[in-house]
Write a protein that binds this ligand. Structure first.
Ligand SMILES: Cc1ncc(COP(=O)(O)O)c(C=O)c1O
Length: 399
C-alpha cells in the first residue's frame, strides 16, 4: 500500500490531504482497499455513487456503449445524447439542457446564462450591461475562477483574487439580507436548496419561496445548484421539488452520471432561449459514453423505485442520528434533508472520521465540526444500524 501512496505523493500536486487508504473495488454499499479490508461507505464518492458499486446493469450499459461509440463531437447527434436530454429536462421539469463535464462547469454555464440574460433584459443594446449576481454565504459551487467567485467561503477564495467581479453575498435563509443587496444590475440569485460543503443547511420553505418571488418581481433568474442535493438525494428527483419551487436554471452533476464525469445546466421559462449557437461549448460535453451512463442511471432509478426507497430509509437515518445525538453531549445538532444529513459537533471531527475509517466506515466531513452523511441511495436500514454502531464506537474512543 505504502509504495502506491509514495508514488502518488511524489507525482500529484498536493491539493488534497488524502487519507492513507488505497481503494481497489466496490460492491453495493461497500468499498475494499488493496489489502482486502472492507468499508461501509457513507460518502458515496462525495454524493456521487447513488446506485451502489458494481451494479451490473450500469456496468453493462457502459461496456455496450464503449463497444459502439465513446465519443463524437457536438457537431453531430447521438441516440444516448437525445435520450439523456429528454431524461434530464423531464426530471427537472425544465425545458432545455446543456451537458458539460462536472458540477463546476455546470455553474460556469449557469453564470453565463445569467450574464447573457442581462443583455437580453436590456434589449440587446450594443454595450453589454454590467450585471450582478447574488450568491449565499457558506455556499459551495466549485473551484474554477467563476464558480469560486460565487462560492461564499473566503478560505477558498483568498489566494486567487481577482475573481470574477459582480458578485455579492447574502445570508442563507435570510430573505431581508438578499433583498438588501438587490440593485437594478442584479440579474440572478444562485443558491443550493440544501447547502452541502457549507455544513448541510436545508433552505427554509419561506426563504426559497421568498427568493423565487423576488426573482419574479425584479426580473432576475433563480439558479438552483443541485449538484450535491439533486438526483434523488432529498427524496425528490431534485430537492427544489420537495419545496414546490421551480428555478429558471438548475445545475446537476455527481449522481447524474454515477461515476462518469458529467454535469449539466438545465434552463426553463425566461432562461430557456438565452443561449444561442456559438455562445457555449464543450468538446466532451454530452458524449455518447457519459449520456449512456445517465440514461442507465434514470432506468435504474425508475425500475428500482429509488425515490420511494430514499423516502423510506431517510426517516430511519434521521431517527438513528437523533438518538446518537441524544447520547453524546459533543453532538450539537442534526440537520438535513433525505439522505443528505449532517451532525454538528462541538469538537473538530477529524479524529472521529479517522477512527471510523480504522473501524471500517467511510465518512466525510463538511468543514471542521460537521460529519456529513451522503451514502449511496440504496442503503438499507441494516446499513444504517451498522453505520451507527461503528460511529458510536468511534466517537467514544476519540473523546
Ligand atoms: C453544490 C455543489 N456545486 C458544485 C460543486 C462542484 O462540482 P464538481 O466537483 O463536480 O466540479 C459541488 C461539489 O462538491 C457542490 O457540492
Amino acid at each position: 500500500m505504502q509504495d502506491i501512496i509514495n508514488t502518488a505523493e511524489e507525482h500529484l500536486i498536493h491539493t488534497y490531504n488524502r487519507y492513507p487508504l488505497v481503494l481497489e473495488k466496490g460492491e453495493g454499499v461497500y468499498l475494499y482497499d488493496n489489502t482486502g479490508k472492507k468499508y461501509l461507505d457513507f460518502s458515496a464518492g462525495i454524493a456521487v455513487f447513488a446506485l451502489g458499486y458494481n451494479d451490473k446493469r450500469y456496468n453493462d450499459a457502459l461496456k455496450a456503449q464503449v463497444d459502439k461509440l465513446i465519443h463524437t463531437s457536438n457537431y453531430y447527434y447521438s441516440k444516448p445524447m437525445a435520450k439523456a436530454a429528454e431524461n434530464v429536462t423531464k426530471a427537472s421539469g425544465l425545458d432545455k439542457v446543456f451537458f458539460c463535464n462536472s458540477g463546476t462547469e455546470a455553474l460556469e454555464g449557469a453564470v453565463k446564462v445569467a450574464r447573457k440574460y442581462a443583455t437580453k433584459r436590456a434589449g440587446y443594446n450594443e454595450e453589454q450591461p454590467e450585471s450582478e449576481i447574488i450568491a449565499m454565504e457558506h455556499s459551495f459551487h466549485g473551484r474554477s475562477t467563476g464558480a469560486l467567485a460565487i462560492t461564499g467561503n473566503p478560505k477558498y477564495q483568498k489566494d486567487f483574487r481577482p475573481l470574477m467581479p459582480g458578485v455579492k453575498f447574502a445570508k442563507f435563509n435570510d430573505l431581508e439580507s438578499v433583498k438588501a443587496l438587490v440593485t437594478k444590475k442584479t440579474v440572478a440569485i444562485v443558491m443550493e436548496p440544501v447547502q452541502g460543503e457549507g455544513g448541510i443547511y436545508p433552505a427554509t420553505k419561506e426563504f426559497i419561496e421568498g427568493v423565487r418571488a423576488l426573482c419574479d418581481e425584479k426580473d432576475m433568474l433563480l439558479i438552483f445548484d443541485e449538484v450535491q442535493c439533486g438526483m434523488g438525494r432529498s427524496g425528490a428527483m431534485y430537492a427544489c421539488q420537495k419545496y414546490g419551487v421551480k428555478p429558471d436554471v438548475l445545475t446537476t452533476a455527481k449522481a447524474l452520471g454515477c461515476g462518469v464525469p458529467v454535469g449539466a445546466f438545465v434552463v426553463g421559462g425566461k432562461a430557456k432561449d438565452v443561449l444561442e449557437a456559438g455562445d457555449h461549448g464543450s468538446t466532451y460535453g454530452g458524449n455518447p459514453l457519459v449520456t449512456a451512463a445517465i440514461n442507465e442511471v434514470f432506468e435504474i432509478f425508475a425500475k428500482d423505485r429509488i425515490l420511494d426507497h430514499v423516502n423510506e430509509v431517510a426517516p430511519y437515518l434521521e431517527e438513528q442520528l437523533d438518538a446518537l445525538a441524544a447520547k453524546f453531549d459533543c453532538i450539537k445538532e442534526r440537520r438535513g434533508l433525505g439522505l443528505m444529513q449532517g451532525l454538528e459537533f462541538s469538537v473538530p471531527v477529524g479524529d472521529i472520521v479517522k477512527k471510523a475509517m480504522d473501524n471500517g466506515l467511510i465518512l466525510i466531513s463538511a468543514g471542521t465540526h460537521i460529519i456529513r452523511f451522503v451514502p449511496p441511495l440504496v442503503i438499507t436500514k441494516e446499513n444504517v444500524d451498522e453505520m451507527i454502531a461503528i460511529l458510536e464506537k468511534s466517537i467514544e474512543t476519540s473523546l
